[in-house]
Write a protein that binds this ligand. Structure first.
Ligand code: M6R
Length: 616
């Protein structure tokens, strides 16, 4: 959702900040702005719409100065408009903010009673006025004024603040929304996301909730510096970390869209997620990152997986693996549903939170509830040191590299890889799998990158099918067993980026309702590899054909029966049943991509969607 970039160095700040914001575009936004201190005061430029509009506005009103803050806004309080775009200014202070100030209404009333006039509908402007009031009331500088003001607000925030009276200082803070500091060559940066800073540095500090930092720009021979305190003014140290993502990983690298690049990166993402984690000889998985030793793994009475969106679909497959391979009863729940009812957690639950961003509000809320009940938490996340892994007892990172396309692809297959590792680990520790069975499962998994490369080799077949779906307004996706969640995921991908209505259904449920939809117009995508439920799925295909439905099938090479029934077929390589969902999803990702691309949609930033959903 919203994005923050701050720069304190020796170079012109505005282009660096706007470039950083460009790297955060994928998070989703509707307006943007930048504030730069030019040595005499703060100049602010804001624009509604994409960064192009901000660039045009800055071209008309050039911003000089080597210290500044910028923001991309995704509207929560107040409609998308230039007035509501950040930075917000009050007196000598300019503020950018991610998150939501929960007590904004009460604070607004109090400030209005004090004679303050608001120029926007946002909760953020309250912070600017509080800091301004604190400075006017005698605070010893911006650092102290921000700390004092933050003691008055409740809610989630990451902020960056400038004062016209302090030309060399940015004060930034986090509570519940991520904020990272970057230590470059003679420059310091802050940002809401690693990707915004990668072009300048890979040396970073992840702030903790409640931290407030004073970034000081270099002056003469004195280099830049950072001082971190709690909101109550106690000095704290936070470790520096070297990030192993390279700046080029967040570039399109010759592909038309990030989504297409990321689909192609799946073999590498899976191989990286496996690296160093498996013991093929003993058919086992190393448990250190999972955070369970053998006794703890055997003590687990139930697995409870929490996730949203695509990660939820990965979680559904995770449940099937855990129950099949480790024989542990497993529940999967949407984060947003846990918050709305008194969910029950036990101390002997293993709660697995699956989240690409590691920041999704609803998943995080579920994790907090489970942790409060004493459950053991395992995070499967892609973003290092994000909020969910920070709360967890174990962290099994998916090593997919930065995922920029809003529609998740490589993180999904990397999540599946991680969940299969957890299932095998639990199975081995609990005696549900012997070494030979573990070895076979792991061997099958190690072969997946090769199979995906094969599927990616010739995409003409998928393009042809996509062309036939460009005008479809409704598409039904069917699958059974491991491929039921893949049907859900195929439908979600198509919806997200092509804006066609698509529904995923368990194939066995077809006759309980959706069969009423079938006619000669409705395309039905059936995921039907040769697996244990193949015969039943084939019967569904016959039922669709009997009603003149258009069948698009994903079938195993050599499947003659399917060949005779389907209008189009994507041929799948032969592979063991447990890894099939890692393969069957790939043509569905490509299908959604080519349909959306043919329609001329903004594939990487589909309308209304945000990559990281940090609000409820
Ligand atoms: O960062 P997370 O994995 O927690 O995000 C969850 C969903 O918001 C996310 O998967 C969303 O559904 C994607 N746009 C799917 O492509």
């Amino acid at each position: 959702m919203c994005g923050i970039v701050g720069y304190a160095g020796r170079q012109a700040a505005a282009p660096i900040i706007i470039d950083g914001l460009r790297r955060l575009e994928y998070r989703g936004y509707d307006s943007a702005g930048v504030a730069v201190h030019d040595g005499r005061g703060i100049e602010v430029v804001r624009a509604l719409g994409k960064l192009r509009a901000l660039n045009d506005a800055v071209a008309k009103r050039p911003l000089a100065g080597s210290l500044g803050i910028g923001h991309t806004r995704w509207a929560t309080h107040g409609r998308p408009s230039e007035e509501n775009a950040h930075p917000h200014v009050a007196g000598s202070v300019a503020v950018v903010h991610n998150g939501i100030i929960e007590n904004h209404a009460a604070l607004r009333r109090e400030l209005i009673a004090d004679g303050v006039k608001f120029s926007s509908e946002t909760d953020t402007e309250i912070i600017a006025h509080l800091v301004d009031r604190s400075l006017k009331g005698g605070a010893k500088g911006l650092f102290e004024a921000v700390r004092a003001s933050l003691q008055l607000v409740t809610g989630a925030y990451a902020i960056a603040v400038l004062s016209a009276d302090e030309p060399g200082t940015i004060v930034a803070a986090r509570h519940g929304s991520p904020l990272v500091l970057g230590f470059g060559e003679n420059e310091m940066l802050c940002g809401s996301d690693i990707s915004a800073l990668l072009a300048h540095t890979r040396d970073m500090v992840f702030l903790e909730d409640g931290d407030v930092v004073e970034l000081r720009a270099p002056v003469g021979d004195v280099g830049p510096s950072a001082r971190i305190q709690t909101v109550t003014g106690i000095d704290v140290e936070r470790p520096r970390k070297r990030i192993d993502w390279s700046p080029t990983m967040a570039e399109r690298g010759g592909f038309k869209h990030f989504m297409l690049k990321e689909i192609h990166e799946q073999p590498d993402a899976i191989a990286a997620t496996l690296r160093g984690r498996i013991d093929l000889e003993n058919g086992d998985v190393h448990g250190a990152e999972i955070g369970l030793d053998g006794d703890a793994a055997r003590a687990v009475r139930r697995v409870y997986i929490i996730a949203c969106g695509t990660s939820y679909h990965a979680a559904l497959i995770g449940r099937y693996w855990i129950e099949a391979l480790a024989r542990v009863p497993t529940v999967v729940e949407l984060g947003s549903e846990i918050a709305n009812r008194p969910a029950v957690f036990f101390e002997d639950d293993l709660v697995i939170a699956v989240s690409q961003s590691g920041e999704t509000f609803d998943t995080l809320a579920g994790v907090k509830a489970a942790k409060a009940a004493g459950a053991r938490i395992l995070a499967v996340a892609n973003v290092l040191d994000s909020a969910i892994p920070r709360l967890a007892h174990g962290e099994l990172y998916t090593r997919a590299g930065p995922e920029i396309g809003v529609a998740s692809t490589k993180c999904f297959t990397a999540q599946l890889t991680a969940l299969l590792l957890v299932s095998i680990f639990l199975g081995r520790q609990r005696g549900a799998l012997d070494a030979e069975a573990g070895r076979k499962l792991l061997q099958g998994l190690c072969e997946v990158p090769g199979h995906i490369n094969e599927l990616l080799g010739d995409q003409d077949y998928v393009r042809t099918i996509a062309n036939s779906l460009v005008d479809a307004t409704d598409v039904l996706f069917l699958g059974r067993g491991y491929n039921y969640p893949i049907a859900l995921e195929g439908a979600l991908k198509l919806k997200e980026i092509s804006y066609a209505h698509a529904e995923g259904y368990a194939a066995g449920e077809m006759k309980h309702g959706p069969i009423a939809l079938i006619d000669a117009q409705l395309p039905v995508v059936v995921v039907a590899p040769k697996d244990a439920s193949y015969d039943k799925t084939l019967s569904n295909v016959q039922e669709v054909r009997a009603r003149e439905g258009r069948v698009i099938a994903l079938a195993t090479k050599g499947d003659e029966a399917m060949h005779d029934l389907a209008e189009h077929i994507v041929w799948l390589p032969e592979a063991p049943e447990h890894v099939l969902p890692l393969l069957t999803v790939v043509p569905l990702q490509l299908l959604a991509y080519y349909v959306a691309s043919r329609k001329g949609h903004d594939v990487d930033q589909p309308r209304n969607l945000a990559k990281t959903v940090t609000v409820e």
